[in-house]
Design a binder for this molecule. Structure first.
Ligand code: FMN
Ligand code: MN
Length: 449
């Protein structure tokens, strides 16, 4: 497979974006060391875990995400948008590297995997790079990414608080008094993780979305102890079930993708029946919050593009900047016709929990914060170009929505802000003519040295 996890590591290394650490590292030090590296990191020795190596911070920047997606940084949103329109169903294979080693019964022991403590207030060591597969009798196979908190050698917590397809699957199993079988694949290509974080309709198998991103079917293998399939090339697989106990076990705190320490949540428990892995496994430590943020960027940007097109506004560029955690803010430049600055804002603010949208014209490079500030300074009249919507759907991990004051289970709302930084109607474009230096192309500084 040309787009496996290991091929991606090689692509990063070829691009000078992967650093190897040769000395043995304590797993509790992994996150801090990754944070100090300017590249993705590959740890060749983990103290106390001779069988394992660790890779992480793989898509911590837009550049590394672009390498994963095989496109330019500017093309990420359109590349994602085109691929999700062309899903490719996965195929089944008989033998798989992810089952080189199969551990069941008393051999199931998470303490043999180098799961790191990441942040000072975390409720325990966390597995962050998960692809969680489940099935519902009616809706079929589902894939999402859900963090797992170490509890015991055979149990983890899972954060199933937010509305999601798997939450619905779990609730439906719970209503019948049944556990929900899940299989967790760790160490898969970012395309699988992007598909997992994409909000497909509930009856859509996100592994077909991953196939669309690869341009080839994802190869799956049947699990050994649950009626599920996982990517054959995964480094590590945890098979088991979510116990039918509802939202009763404490989980967290954990460093959230909002860059903020979260709260303790009430959640189900994942009991592990089997651990399978490669003969020479690499454990993927997804570095919070950066990798979680960048995995959201294509999803949110593509949703913004689609919303603009439905509103018949012509986008030129779109970005979900990392300052808004690639989730809460959208910035777009458009080829504007009269009124479309406002139409564009309405479209962008309809996306998920996006709470700040900025729209500007196609002469502004939206990757340059100075140009964006300039547009907001000279193209905005606050009494005419600012849109505020109250009481839209919010997300609890944004402290400003004051979810803590609502009590458990309350769903917060948020205000949304749109800024139309396009050239106002009635102001000629010539009023924005940028200054140009006299004789700019006629003289060269090096001729005067
Ligand atoms: C690295 C990563 C970790 C995530 N962790 C969680 C989580 O712990 N809980 C959650 O509800 N969503 C989490 N998400 C978001 C979900 O994966 C996302 O909402 C997805 O669409 C859910 O899929 P589903 O609705 O098909 O089950 C995470 C996303 C990423 C990229
Ligand atoms: Mn789904």
């Amino acid at each position: 497979m040309s787009h496996g996890f290991r091929e991606f590591l090689r692509a990063l290394e070829d691009a000078g974006e992967l650093q190897r650490v040769k000395k043995a590292v304590d797993p509790r030090h992994l996150s801090a060391l990754m944070a100090q590296a300017s590249q993705a990191t590959f740890f060749e020795q983990i103290a106390g875990y001779p069988d394992w190596r660790v890779a992480g911070a793989l898509v911590s920047t837009r550049r590394r995400l672009a390498i994963a997606m095989g496109c330019s940084e500017a093309a990420i949103a359109t590349r994602f948008e085109e691929s999700i329109r062309q899903p490719i169903e996965p195929t089944l294979v008989d033998r798989a590297p992810c089952q080189d080693v199969v551990l069941t019964g008393n051999d199931v022991d998470l303490t043999r995997v180098p799961i790191p403590m990441m942040h000072v207030k975390d409720g325990g060591p966390y597995i962050s790079a998960t692809l969680v597969v489940s099935k519902d009798p009616e809706y079929g196979r589902n894939v999402g990414s859900y963090r797992l908190m170490y509890r015991t050698p055979r149990e983890t917590g899972i954060d199933l608080v937010s509305p999601s397809d798997m939450r619905v699957y779990y609730q439906r199993a719970l209503d019948r008094g049944r556990p929900l079988e899940i299989a967790v694949a760790i160490g898969v290509h970012p395309f699988e993780l992007l598909a997992a974080s994409y909000k497909a309709p509930i009856d859509v198998d996100e592994l077909a979305v991953a196939g669309g991103l690869h341009g080839a079917p994802v190869e799956l293998v049947r699990c050994r102890t649950v009626d599920l399939e996982v990517p054959a090339h995964a480094e590590l697989v945890l098979e088991g079930e979510l116990l039918p106990i509802g939202w009763t076990a404490d989980e967290g705190p954990f460093g959230e993708f909002s860059h903020i320490t979260g709260e303790v949540k009430w959640n189900p428990i994942f009991r592990i029946r089997a651990i399978t892995h490669r003969r020479d496994p690499i454990f993927y430590v997804l570095q919070m919050p950066w990798e979680n943020d960048w995995l959201a960027a294509p999803v949110i940007e593509a949703a913004g593009l689609q919303a603009l097109r439905v509103a018949s506004v012509q986008p030129v560029a779109i970005r979900a900047p990392v300052g808004g955690c690639c989730y809460w803010t959208l910035v777009a430049s458009i080829k504007k016709r009269p009124g479309e600055g406002k139409n564009a804002l309405l479209a962008l603010l309809s996306v998920a929990e996006v709470k700040l949208a900025i729209v500007t014209d196609d002469d502004i490079d939206i990757d340059d914060p100075d140009q964006l500030d300039w547009a907001m300074t000279f193209r905005v009249q606050a009494d005419q170009d600012v849109l505020i919507v109250s009481g839209a759907r919010g997300k609890h991990i944004d402290p400003s929505v004051r979810a803590a004051a609502m009590g458990k289970g309350g769903l917060p709302t948020t205000a949304k802000l749109g800024i139309d930084a396009t050239i106002p109607e009635g102001v000629p474009r010539s009023h924005y003519e940028r200054l140009r230096y006299f004789a700019k192309d006629a003289v060269r500084l090096e001729d005067y040295r």
